[in-house]
Each structure stands twice: as C-alpha cells, then as structure tokens.
Design a protein around this ligand. Structure first.
Ligand code: SF4
Length: 105
C-alpha cells in the first residue's frame, strides 16, 4: 500500500516537473516574439523596426536620431538588438526602431 502511494506521488511529482518545463519553454518563446509592423498596436503607434523607414510626411517631428534604444520605454541594454517596451507588452522591438511614443531618455 505504501509503495503504491509512494509510486503515485512520484509519478505526480514528475508530471508537475514536466508541466513546469513545458510552461517555462512556452513562456520563453512568447517573451522572444518580435513585434510585427503590421500588428494593430504597431500600426496605431507608427512603429517601424528601422527608424530611417519612418514616414517623414506623416510624422514631421520624428528624426533619425530617435531610436528605441534611446527612448525611456526601452527595456534592454545599449547592446541588445531586441528588447521589451512598455508599449508592446511581451513582444520585443528593435534597438533601431521607433514609434510615436518615443521619449528621450
Ligand atoms: Fe521604441 Fe520607445 Fe516606441 Fe517603445 S515607445 S517602440 S522603445 S520608440
């Protein structure tokens, strides 16, 4: 009887550990997802992966020196190619990107 309980408990613990591993992998994959310029939020904010591709006529206050890595909402380091941003939840944006929410650090 004790062996059956012990065995069931061991199986349960293995399943919990396996589920945690799968969940962790899924969370990691989601955290690494990059923003698509066609995403609703990206379009609404005029986001571009490359600040030099921003429409100057549509956004006259924009300048090419304004980039995600020198924006106060950039969550990465100065050497990260991609990082999080408060505007895009768990998705990542490009270091040389830009959107209308840009604010100087
Ligand atoms: Fe880049 Fe700043 Fe816009 Fe975020 S808020 S996408 S860091 S310019």
């Amino acid at each position: 009887m004790m062996n059956a309980i012990s065995s069931n408990r061991r199986v349960f613990m293995l399943r919990v550990a396996a589920a945690g591993t799968v969940l962790g992998a899924a969370t990691g994959a989601r955290a690494q997802a990059k923003v698509d310029e066609a995403d609703e939020t990206a379009v609404a904010l005029g986001y571009k992966h490359d600040t030099t591709k921003v429409d100057a006529k549509k956004y006259p206050a924009h300048s090419a020196e304004q980039k995600c890595h020198n924006c106060q909402f950039w969550q990465g380091s100065q050497t990260d190619a991609w990082a999080g941003c408060a505007m895009f939840g768990r998705k990542q944006i490009a270091t040389n990107g830009w959107c209308t929410a840009w604010r100087k650090v």
